[in-house]
Design a protein around this ligand. Structure first.
Ligand SMILES: C[S@@+](CC[C@H](N)C(=O)[O-])C[C@H]1O[C@@H](n2cnc3c(N)ncnc32)[C@H](O)[C@@H]1O
Length: 202
């Protein structure tokens, strides 16, 4: 894996071989956790993104955003990569066991990434099916976790998320109602790859 990764990421990281090989190790460690625990309840709503695609998108945003929040951070790989790329990175994850796994990975690969357990949906969010709010596997009944970070959604320059296919509208609506007007949403979808959405004019 490291050799392919090195070739593809060379231009992104200005030949920062240490960072590239550490990311390869991080991805392998995350895959190993998935292999060992995928059948436990914590992983019910979990599927991992294409880390290389997300990594490349993040690399393009360096110098443009500082604070990055991974919604539904799972094993925390994106937040950890972001922290190592110079962003101030956070993750919110509803499943306590996944938060523990992400903290374990962070200790080895990105100790400044911070993770909290709870929901990324702000408590004040009002569901409106007429606006297209629909959830599939996103957990909708957990208390919001922003207080644990002592932050609000409007404090983040960039949110990264991997919604289920029919949940993009819900995620966009949460951004529209609670994020800053200049905030960006980077989403990953196995069909579409990564997409960067700005809400300034919505
Ligand atoms: C599709 S996985 C994405 C994992 C990781 N972010 C990635 O891109 O590889 C979605 C994650 O969101 C978590 N999740 C679902 N609803 C949530 C909520 N309301 N608040 C926080 N996490 C949630 C799930 O437990 C799961 O770990």
């Amino acid at each position: 894996m490291s050799q392919n990764l090195g070739a593809e990421c060379d231009s992104l990281f200005d030949s920062d071989e240490t960072l590239i090989s550490e990311f390869a190790e991080l991805w392998d460690a995350a895959s190993d956790l998935w292999e060992r625990h995928q059948h436990t309840p914590a992983f019910h709503g979990y599927v991992s993104a294409d880390y290389l695609a997300v990594c490349k998108s993040l690399a393009r945003l360096r110098g443009r955003v500082l604070t990055v929040l991974e919604w539904g951070s799972g094993l925390g790989v994106t937040a950890i990569m972001a922290s190592r790329m110079g962003f101030e990175a956070y993750g919110i994850e509803a499943e306590p066991r996944l938060v523990e796994y992400s903290e374990t990975l962070a200790r080895s690969y990105g100790p400044t990434a911070r993770f909290v357990q709870g929901s990324f949906i702000p408590d004040d969010f009002e569901w409106n099916p007429a606006e297209g709010d629909e959830a599939n596997r996103t957990i909708i009944d957990a208390p919001s976790a922003y207080d644990k970070l002592d932050m609000e959604l409007r404090d983040f320059d960039l949110v990264y998320a991997y919604p289920w296919p029919d949940e993009h509208t819900l995620y966009h609506n949460i951004m529209r109602h609670f994020a800053r007007r200049d905030a960006l949403l980077l989403s990953y979808d196995w069909r579409e790859g990564t997409q960067l959405v700005a809400f300034r004019d919505c």
